[in-house]
Design a protein around this ligand. Sequence first.
Ligand code: URA
Length: 289
Amino acid sequence: MTAASPNNPVDLADLLAFYASAGVDEALEDAPVNRFAEAVPKPAERTPAAAPRESKAPEPATGPPRLDARALPDAPAPRPPTSAVPDEAQAALARQLAMTATTLDELRQHMAAFEGCNLKATAKNLVFADGNPQAAVMLVGEAPGRDEDIEGLPFVGRSGRLLDRMLAAIGLDRSSVYIANVIPWRPPGNRTPTPHETEICRPFIERQIELVNPKVLINLGGPSAKTLLNTSEGILRLRGNWRVHTTGSGIAIPAMPTLHPAYLLRTPAHKKLAWRDFLEVKAKLREVS
Ligand code: URA
């Protein structure tokens, strides 16, 4: 068998087909970056006990044609390492940065400077928030998708357009609500954020809620509800019932868990349930304002 060549169009087509079938449909850099290698200490930093035994890395039995980035012309220098695997030290730093932010602007700056979440390494933009920070209603989704990553704003893709229509149905729009996500960086390929990634990002969204101090919180989808309402119940059981989100300083904010717009696009028969939840929010707003 001859080795795959970066100059052979057939090899390149095979490689692209392999990536597409694995769900890798977007290139973030001109050259691949091995994030796992970044997490491994440099040889000089390794303790003798941690030094690996001399062995040749096993070749995969099957797989795509292997292309070496160094063989490609004009491959950029590798980026400086960021934390590839979130750890407790980074979670503690996230808590400290969140706690010390006294305004939303400061919080955004702290998040933009934070290097402890691996999702930042593959995201194009920090997706901090959209809408009015003085709004009575704050909505929190799960994580940005492709369109949000490109624009740096939450809910601007297909599910965002549905969300806008849902808000309009109860007389709200982006000037009368504030929108953010539990995770502010797009997970690659829109995969589900890991529990570790969620824990790293949790202090930021909790502080964001505390600083906005809305009268009503809407949790869009199960991950937002579970993370912010301290429950493991499924969204179909949670939705439609008022819960409470308690901020770090002990303020209790009424929270309505509802179905995520992306779910509603896939399951339009359930739009009527979300409609009922939004009517609950409308009634609550009359009560509290
Ligand atoms: N889904 C989310 O949860 N958040 C977004 O910003 C977009 C889609």
